[in-house]
Design a protein around this ligand. Sequence first.
Ligand code: ZN
Length: 129
Amino acid sequence: MQRKEADAAASPRNPAAITAYHAHVYYDPRTTRDRAALLRERLAAAFPDARLGRWHDQPVGPHPGAMYQVAFAADRLAVILPWLMLNRLGLTVLVHPETGDAYADHAEHAAWLGTVLPLRLDALLPSRD
Ligand code: ZN
């Protein structure tokens, strides 16, 4: 067992540590951008309190493909997650909590709707130089 797993086994984490969530909607700029745009319009209409991030046609940070981010308050998960489950239009969506540990939030705490994509987790490690 790795050290982090041992720590987690020793005492369960309190979900109150989650301050917010992100949903990252992945798309292919050549083939599924239209669907991503439709999903984005529908998200904005259904959840005006969610913050829609910029379009990233090029991969950024740990994200292996084009995507945009949807940020929402922790108490909105129970409403937004089932909506995404039913309405993601076949797109892959990564949902992760914000606990202050970006690496763990993406690598260990994330939930995927659709295909699990290989994240570039090196982008979240502290620089070692
Ligand atoms: Zn995120």
